[in-house]
Design a protein around this ligand. Sequence first.
Ligand code: NAD
Length: 332
Amino acid sequence: MTKIIAFGVTPEEAEVMEQWSKAHSIHVEMTPEYITPETVHLAEGFDGITNMQVSDIVEPVYSKLKELGIPVIAQRSAGYEMYDLKAASDNDVIITNVPSYSPESIAEFVVYAAMRLIRNSDEIDQRVASQNFTWEPSIRSHSIQSLKVAVIGVGRIGSRVAKIYKHGFGAEVVGYDIVEHEEFKEHVVYQPDLQTAIKDADIVTIHMPLTEDNYHQFNHDLFNQMKPGTTLINAARGKIVKTQDLIEAIDRGQIKNAALDVYEDEGPFIPKNWEGQVIEDEVFLQILNHPNIHYTPHIAYYTDIAVQNLVEGGLNSALEVIKTGTDEHRVN
Ligand code: NAD
């Protein structure tokens, strides 16, 4: 019987894995452990691996897998930057991802996150908690219909975000992408470059992958080219935004506020319970405590349908590599 080991398994994933295991007659062993040089030995005797983690998977994991004859790690997320693809390829380990599991879930979340900021929800909640029911300019808001939204990265998620803003709210929606897709032009007016797209937007919402070209692309210089008072949403990858520069731009009023579902050094924190422990990452602490930053722990994707699609996608890819030696979602 084919045997797959699943690393980084949460209790809710376990349920879906059990159903998949029965339906496919494949043994799926589950562990909450992440793959590290210390835990990789757990894979001994298995035909393939599926994994979910955000911290780096480093050598000597890949050479150990080669030694164990394991040909695949099927990551249960779209992002795969935690893998050393060269080391994996050098050791004949195929890495796969699940490129699309519910773009709607992320799109809906980022629009909600922007709405919270635009409608001053935190401040209104605080006032209501202290029985202050007055109306004052500090909590007066804007109709989204009157705003201009810039979508940066108009792909699966970005195009849905654009669609909601344009056709749901009637907002003006511009976008920037290194590739323009004809079918998205009914939702977004493409701009020739990032600077033009962001320069007079009220909401800038980031939906591109992290690449060598956009590391810390949202930095002091770019913030200065935005309209003062912009709302920034990042649910893509933390390293696209230079966090320290963002905090500084918010503190001097250049950026009004931000919703961050990702943080550039989130590895040690996501998805872990740090209750009662001391966080020493000063920048992360500043985000957590900043009144104008709404932080969420990489949770935009987190819906029932997304969890099911991720688990099944990872297991299907692991099985496909075991059976055929490759998979349509391989990334190396
Ligand atoms: P996608 O590949 O469908 O779309 C990404 C788009 O970005 C593409 O159209 C691509 O051409 C464009 N792009 C790439 N580099 C660019 C650049 N330098 N400048 C402008 N555009 C650029 O991907 P997707 O499914 O829409 O996902 C987008 C990102 O969202 C992912 O890469 C991931 O980082 C993030 N994500 C976050 C969560 C979450 O829970 N927070 C969940 C899933 C995905």
